[in-house]
Design a protein. Structure first.
Length: 278
């Protein structure tokens, strides 16, 4: 199972590599400035590349769901097209209009690598928590990748020592998340001691559905944080692409609505100031 999953992951990036080579070879940005036939050719190249990106968004979803979701939003991929097919078929039909594209990943130069190493290495040599949205998103992607590796080893009933080592790596990555994004270990939640039998209280009323309650449980908070990060990336991408103000304002409104669902203790006050106790 582990070998098959690793091979599948490599195949996904092989498709991405082929797509990049296709674009570099055909240079649609040059064709678009040429004759009418060149412009028509540029349209065909872009159409095929867009469909290839749609295919990648579907095949990438089991490995990097957050990135896949952002890509599908950029492509405005219909829900009924988010499915695997045995052969490569156009998921985006003629006349389809995509959203505002922006880079999913930025190239990390050597100077930036050195800066990150210095920034995230504590005085004792241990990594420090990520703080900026970009760093958190990159860290979440790394955690998803490492989590997949651990699940593969467990499913393949791999060597316990190897599994333990990979789990240790996963835990170290999770420690770099901000405190509010770190989920407590299963079964390690704060437990209150049961009162003596003579003082036993009546059962508490049923808890409302967390999905509709602002003060969600830890697992729901973590899922909500991921959704907030994805929406934040979308807003920053639109701003970087200098999209129209109405579109940006609409997406910012969605982002603020998501943040409003966080528990009060995780909601940052305006200006970055935390709430003060009276």
């Amino acid at each position: 199972v582990s070998t098959q999953s690793t091979g599948a992951f490599e195949s996904v990036f092989s498709i991405s590599k082929i797509g990049n080579q296709y674009l570099q070879y055909n240079t649609p940005w040059v064709l678009a400035k040429g004759s009418e036939s060149d412009k028509a050719r540029a349209g065909s190249v872009i159409a095929l590349a867009s469909n290839l990106a749609a295919l990648l968004s579907v095949t990438l979803s089991p490995f990097m769901p957050t990135i896949a979701k952002i890509l599908q939003e950029q492509l405005a991929l219909p829900e009924d097209r988010k499915q695997f097919t045995e052969t490569f078929v156009p998921l985006l039909k003629t006349g389809h209009k995509i959203g505002t594209p922006f880079p999913l990943f930025s190239k990390i130069e050597d100077a930036r690598v050195a800066e990150l190493r210095s920034k995230f290495c504590g005085s004792d040599g241990s990594p420090a928590p990520a703080t900026t949205p970009g760093d958190i998103a990159a860290l979440q992607a790394e955690i998803e990748k490492q989590g997949g590796k651990v699940r593969e080893l467990k499913a393949a009933k791999g060597d316990p020592a190897a599994i333990k080592a990979e789990v240790a790596k996963l835990l170290e990555l999770k420690k770099q998340l901000p405190a509010e994004l770190q989920q407590p270990p299963p079964g390690n939640k704060n437990k209150k001691k049961s009162p003596p039998a003579a003082q036993k209280k009546e059962p508490s009323p049923p808890v409302k559905n967390p999905a509709t309650t602002p003060n969600a449980l830890p697992a729901d908070v973590a899922a909500l944080q991921k959704e907030i990060e994805a929406q934040g990336l979308k807003v920053r991408g639109l701003k970087a692409a200098k999209a129209d103000k109405a579109t940006i304002d609409a997406e910012v409104k969605v982002l603020l609505a998501l943040k409003g669902k966080l528990p009060p203790e995780l909601q940052q006050q305006p200006g970055g100031k935390k709430g003060k106790k009276k």
